[in-house]
Design a protein around this ligand. Structure first.
Ligand code: SF4
Length: 93
């Protein structure tokens, strides 16, 4: 059962990640991208809930500074995750 849940979650993340096309300009300069499908699926928002925020979540990858947008290990293709954001996957274990 645990294997099925893990496999299901992997497939969900893969499918949603594939739909997110990284934005790269013609000059090759990378631009900010968001993964709207997974944001919606996990009810991501740019503000904390009950003191829980991305900055205190183990899945958060800090940006260029403590206040700059970062990334999330569970939302591929998105480099606009707010340190003050929150989603239903918030995790501290
Ligand atoms: S799992 Fe959710 S709460 Fe945690 S860093 Fe990613 S978007 Fe933020």
């Amino acid at each position: 059962m645990s294997t099925n849940l893990t496999r299901r979650r992997f497939l969900q993340l893969s499918a949603a990640g594939a739909t997110c096309i990284p934005l790269v300009s013609l000059t090759g300069e990378a631009r900010a991208a968001t993964n709207q499908a997974l944001r919606a699926q996990y009810k991501y928002q740019d503000s904390p809930v009950d003191g829980k925020s991305c900055t205190s979540c183990l899945e958060f990858i800090e940006g260029s500074s403590a206040t700059a947008p970062g990334r999330c290990k569970l939302i591929p293709g998105d480099d606009e995750i707010s340190p003050n954001g929150y989603c239903t996957l918030w995790n501290t274990m």
